[in-house]
Design a protein around this ligand. Structure first.
Ligand SMILES: [Zn+2]
Length: 110
């Protein structure tokens, strides 16, 4: 498992959520880069931007990197955004989505 085991923003563990349908983190973006897969060393690795549904933090994640002497894959590359004040579990990460939701609510109100 190369996905993070805890949030880099709020520190909440993700391991206790194994098997849940609504996993508390999601991949917002991905690009080539970082450490190559041990199974495909000639191909580029994968850098993910991961959002924490629990606090709204977004952090960059090197999917195939080995962190320190840990043999597990996956290494945090730093926070892109810290925990969001007033964030509620399940809030949307997509500004556009929030914008359009607001726009349609305004149309209904007028
Ligand atoms: Zn978090």
């Amino acid at each position: 498992m190369a996905y993070p085991r805890r949030c880099e923003g709020c520190g909440s563990p993700y391991t206790t959520w194994a098997g849940h349908i609504n996993f508390p983190h999601l991949t917002l973006a991905s690009q080539d880069g970082g450490a190559a897969s041990p199974w495909a060393p000639d191909k580029p690795g994968r850098i993910l931007d991961i959002g924490c549904r629990l606090c709204g933090a977004i952090f960059r994640w090197d999917y195939f990197a080995v962190a320190g002497d840990d043999t597990r894959l996956g290494k945090p590359l730093g926070l892109l955004r810290g925990p969001v004040r007033g964030w509620r579990n399940g809030d949307s990460f997509t500004p556009d989505e929030r914008f359009w939701r607001g726009a349609s609510a305004q149309r209904r109100a007028s």
